[in-house]
Design a binder for this molecule. Structure first.
Ligand SMILES: [Zn+2]
Length: 471
């Protein structure tokens, strides 16, 4: 094409061409991302996947029969949706069997309580454990107690999770769940119960992972529901000794084989470079894992599928990774990082959906600082969904975030965590709580970001490398 036909003089044309060359995203790419965003708002592929996973597989705790069925389900779904390179990469996971749990106040006023064993808890003797209850507010409060106040008793952690949009209350109540039993056992406690690490007002206990310390005898660990924690506190407030009996048949049963299930939409000329869209396939076992994390499975799969249907394929490959065992030790994320350690430079960006399909209210991006102008270009396509830019504090989520210390840039679509923590890890995390409109909104954000990330010249740079994966 001659300069004359471009309609500019030599100097002006060189300036124009230089600025065009400097733009990492073409107008055509931006237009396609906007079109994909609009298509997502009228597409129920994700909602249908969520329905199918919760209905046809249901609970899928790592190492359970449901976990194995979910792997087969995911392989079949990705193949049916036309993904390339569909594979189930083996992951060894721990197997813990929940069994039955009961708790009852024996004195001063006998009542049964709704209770669930925490993940990894040991059993009680067959006739249970009965002891006086001693309440503590936090781990620090526990550690400040004299041994004689704790020894031989059941420790009750009373801290309540604050309900908020950013979910920040969760990180304050997880420490007693994770290590409260181990710390209580150090002081001679015989069992641990806790107010749940969740905000539900229903009588639905919240389960979650807990860990024992080596050298300390494991004691049974339970979560109550919020109303039952209130009831126990009311009885304690009488000033009379409160005695509790807890019973559990939980047990460990070695290890099992699960898998990270992966499918790809190959890029057209940078197909070795990967935009990773992650969610986790496993779930806790009390509900059907609808918002945690069938919605993530649906959202990332549907976003990639929309890109596959585009007549304007992006340059890079979109890789959907449905991780094994996020809930009980991040086994899938660790296996992925170890397996792809040699190819980590090919991971241009990671994005995860694991906060439920609630209303997105912010977009964050942790990329090399010189790539922030590219982030604002991407943001311009997400903004019309009502999702403003929230800064650089993206963490990538529980699974994809494991790649961040290896240098992989990450972005987060932040969703309203207030309703999420009403359901999370409880029997109420079921399909009826999923709003198809909010699912579509999340898919629209993911598809726009993923498409533009797969298309942007030069990528997002690298983050500082701060750790190496376990071999
Ligand atoms: Zn999750």
């Amino acid at each position: 094409m001659s300069l004359a036909r471009l309609g500019c003089g030599l100097a002006a044309c060189l300036v124009a061409l230089a600025s065009m060359a400097a733009e990492p995203l073409s107008e055509a790419a931006l237009a396609e991302a906007r079109a994909l965003r609009q298509r997502a708002l009228a597409d129920d592929t994700a909602y249908e996947l969520i329905r199918s996973l919760t209905t046809e597989v249901g609970p899928r705790l790592a190492g359970s029969a449901g976990d194995a069925r979910s792997v087969a389900w995911a392989v079949a779904q990705l193949e049916a949706l036309g993904f390339a390179n569909v594979r189930a990469e083996p992951v060894t996971v721990p197997r813990w069997i929940r069994g039955d749990a009961r708790a009852e106040i024996v004195a001063p006023w006998p009542q049964a309580l709704a209770v669930a064993a925490l993940g990894g808890s040991v059993a009680t003797p067959a006739d249970g454990i009965e002891a006086e209850v001693v309440s503590v507010a936090s781990l620090d409060d526990l550690k400040a107690q004299p041994r004689e106040r704790i020894a031989g008793r059941i420790v009750f952690f009373t801290a309540r999770m604050d309900r908020s949009r950013d979910g920040s209350g969760y990180s304050r109540v997880v420490p007693p769940r994770s290590s409260g039993a181990a710390e209580a056992a150090t002081l001679g406690a015989v069992a641990m119960v806790m107010r749940p690490a969740g905000t539900s007002a229903s009588r639905t206990p919240h389960t979650g992972a807990q860990r024992y310390s080596t050298g300390v005898p494991p004691i049974p660990a339970f979560a109550l529901s919020n109303p039952d924690a209130d009831l126990l506190q009311q009885q304690l407030a009488s000033g009379q000794p409160v005695r509790l009996r807890v019973t559990s048949t939980s047990r460990w049963d070695g290890e099992a084989q699960s898998a990270n299930v992966i499918g790809e939409i190959p890029g057209h000329n940078l197909k070795d470079e990967v935009i990773l869209l992650g969610a986790h396939l496993d779930s806790w076992d009390l509900g059907t894992g609808a918002h945690d994390d069938a919605t993530g499975v649906g959202i990332v799969t549907a976003a990639a599928r929309l890109i596959a249907e585009s007549t304007r394929r992006p340059k890079r490959t979109i890789r959907v990774v449905l991780f094994a065992n996020e809930e009980f030790g991040l086994s899938g994320a660790e296996a992925y990082a170890a397996r792809y350690h040699g190819a980590i430079e090919q991971h241009v960006l990671g994005l995860e959906s694991d906060l439920g399909a609630f209303r997105p209210y912010g977009f964050t991006a942790r990329v090399a600082p010189d790539k922030l102008p590219l982030v604002s270009t991407i943001q311009s396509v997400v903004e019309p969904l009502g999702i403003p830019y929230f800064g650089t504090e993206a963490n990538g989520g529980a699974d994809v975030g494991q790649l961040r210390p290896l240098g992989v840039p990450v972005m987060d679509v932040i969703t309203d965590a207030a309703p999420y923590f009403d359901l999370h890890h409880t029997a109420n995390d079921t399909f009826d709580k999923v709003d198809p409109e909010l699912v579509r909104l999340n898919v629209a954000a993911f598809v726009a970001i993923a498409y533009l990330a797969a298309e942007a010249d030069g990528g997002f740079g690298r983050l500082p490398v701060t750790s190496k994966p376990n071999p």
